[in-house]
Design a protein around this ligand. Structure first.
Ligand code: ADP
Length: 392
């Protein structure tokens, strides 16, 4: 017997050690569960097995026993914000966790006092526990939701204000064009001499009225374009445009500008071999004329403008307009394409509303192209657009 006792004792010590170890480890996890600030519970066979103090406090119950014995249907409103029945949605969420092992989603809980509040829930399936134990951690996201809602309201308000501004710009531009056309038309008629010869002073002043009217009209057209683009109403008429033909028009449209400043226009690239681009012809002319007139405007008297047409990345053609003018300071690079930002030129004595490049960018992008520039202060600038080649 003695001998037997001796052989049994070590085994029972071992057993005690293992049991004690398990108790310590279980105690550790229970403490973690209890001390967590995030509400947690364990669901076994669709029933609450355990819940922690944080869950009791968040839902406004008196103690764990009260919460554990509460029917789950009391812990949520009958429907969730997406309109789904809470019970059916909870079943679907449980099915998702069984399928994937874990699942995260937003939910609305109901406190004991009937108050609803949003939470983010993470469900994790605990294997080896009969297969249907689900560990659930959740967190009150009322503050996050309120922020999201404030942001959404602020964004809607900003969009509404922007739309109102675009409509105002568009209406004003239309209203201004009618009297302006009268100013331009009648000043042309007067200077033509149809209603009698003008003396030199009268002719000079009528000429000022006419030039001023034309400039205002350009500005109003820019505003109108800008408001249409901002409102997302750019109407494009896309077709295959032969690059060589495009340049015949461009050259004649910019020749006066170039000559007035005694500049030289160089065109490089085998225009007859480039083929066609897929674009809106008038809008492409508008963009190129804008880039060339800037090259002239910010170029020096008797300076140069180089236009290069080259295939770049596959399927695109790049048209670059380079000048040896005043250039742009590096700290203004980010402002070039910002609407009504003159990239440091506001007090330069060179006039302009600062809308041309932002319009050009919107048009290039609307035609599935791109626009950009490189520049060095005092050396010159190169502005380019890339447009898609026509598919043969
Ligand atoms: P605007 O010429 O009416 O000011 P743009 O939108 O066409 O407006 O151009 C925006 C700004 O970019 C200009 O005010 C100018 O500072 C700069 N910029 C554009 N083109 C050139 C250029 N070729 N050389 C130097 N600066 C330029």
């Amino acid at each position: 017997m003695k001998a037997d006792n001796n052989t049994l004792n070590p085994a029972s010590d071992e057993l005690k050690k293992v049991t004690r170890g398990l108790e310590v480890s279980e105690e550790k996890y229970r403490l973690l569960f209890e001390a967590s600030e995030d509400p947690m519970w364990l669901i076994v066979d669709s029933k609450f097995e355990l819940c922690n103090e944080a869950a009791v406090a968040a839902l406004g119950y008196d103690n764990q026993a009260e919460l554990s014995s509460t029917h789950p249907s009391k812990l949520s409103p009958p429907t969730q914000p997406d309109g789904q029945d809470s019970y059916a949605k909870a079943e679907a969420m449980m099915a998702a966790v069984v399928e994937r092992g874990h699942h995260r989603f937003e939910w609305v809980h109901r406190r004991k006092n009937g108050e609803d509040f949003p939470v983010e829930v993470t469900l994790t399936e605990i294997p080896g526990n009969g297969g249907s134990a689900i560990y659930c951690v959740w967190r009150d996201i009322t503050a996050r939701k309120a922020n999201e809602n404030d942001l959404k309201l602020a964004k809607e308000e900003a969009e509404r204000a922007n739309k109102a501004k675009s409509e105002f710009l568009s209406n004003m531009s239309h209203e201004l064009r009618t009297p302006l056309n009268a100013v331009i038309g009648f000043s042309e008629t007067l200077s033509s001499g149809t209603y009698g010869e003008l003396n030199p002073k009268q002719a000079e002043f009528i000429n000022h009225i006419h030039t001023g009217g034309e400039l205002l009209l350009l500005l109003i057209n820019d505003l109108l374009d800008f408001s249409h683009i901002e409102a997302g109403n750019v109407e494009l008429s896309i077709s295959d445009v032969i690059v060589e033909d495009l340049f015949v028009a461009i050259k004649s449209l910019v020749s006066n500008l170039i000559e007035n400043k005694e500049m030289t226009l160089h065109i490089d690239g085998n225009l007859d071999q480039v083929g066609a681009i897929n674009c809106d012809r008038l809008r492409t002319e508008q963009v190129l004329i804008n880039l060339i007139s800037n090259a002239v405007k910010y170029g020096h008297e008797r300076g140069n403008v180089w236009i290069t047409v080259s295939p770049e990345k596959p399927g695109f053609i790049k048209i670059s307009v380079r000048d040896d003018g005043i250039g742009i300071a590096a700290d203004q690079f980010d402002n070039g394409f910002k609407p009504f930002d003159r990239a440091g030129m506001a007090r330069s004595g060179i006039d302009g509303p600062g809308a041309g490049l932002s319009i050009a960018k919107a048009l290039a992008e609307a035609m599935d192209g791109a626009i950009g520039f490189e520049s060095e202060k005092g050396v010159g600038s190169t502005f380019w657009i890339e447009l898609p080649l026509s598919v043969a």
